[in-house]
Design a binder for this molecule. Structure first.
Ligand SMILES: [Zn+2]
Length: 195
């Protein structure tokens, strides 16, 4: 299979120090619009406004907004603004916040990691069910576990062709499963993989 490489020009959806500096200079009540591009398409557009304590951002799907507090830290050369992670239990002060597509909110590095991992957990769950059902469909529910076991860590790339099936059809079906296995493995943290 030929792999195609394409140069990706992605602006990650985050509130970086540039946005922080721009927003912190606004006076209360002023609007500020945000826009990110992904390969020349707009990936996300949000709007918000500056208020006394921070930056209020409208949620994507509904007309509610939440505030990201901005605090000022003494640096010795003056003060620099910092975001305060809007996740209530966190309140981490930082220069960058990352957008969670799942929660429609900007979060600090630690909180976005937690959100990302749980998102991947449900994706891995979906993929493992899909792999198992396609394996059962191709090799037969009864014989499969006797012969190969149910381990998802083992690839099915050397499993035998069922006698009744033609090779081309078998190869297509097996490739589909191998593709899902690869996607599944890519979601599993490396530390849980056997050496
Ligand atoms: Zn946080």
């Amino acid at each position: 299979m030929k792999t195609r490489y394409r140069k990706r020009t992605i602006e990650f959806e985050r509130l970086d120090s540039k946005v922080l500096s721009a927003v912190s200079k606004l006076s209360a009540g002023q609007d500020y619009n945000l826009r990110w591009e992904c390969e020349k398409d707009i990936s996300l557009k949000l709007s918000g406004w500056r208020d006394q304590s921070g930056f209020c951002v409208y949620k994507r799907k509904c007309l509610t907004a939440y505030r990201i507090n901005i605090i000022y830290q003494d640096t010795g050369f003056g003060q620099r603004p910092l975001w305060v992670c809007p996740n209530g239990y966190c309140s981490e002060r930082c220069l960058k916040l990352f957008y969670s597509w799942k929660q429609d909110i900007f979060l600090c590095r630690q909180c976005i990691h937690v959100s990302y991992v749980s998102q991947n957990d449900s994706k891995a769950d979906y993929l493992s069910h899909k792999i198992i059902s396609l394996r059962e469909e191709l090799w037969g529910k009864d014989s499969i576990y006797l012969k190969y076991g149910d381990g998802l860590m083992e690839s099915c790339d050397d499993w035998e062709k069922p006698k009744w099936m033609k090779w081309p059809k078998f190869i297509i079906k097996r490739s589909k499963i191998i593709e899902l296995e690869m996607a599944y493995w890519s979601l599993i943290p490396k530390t849980t993989l056997p050496l």
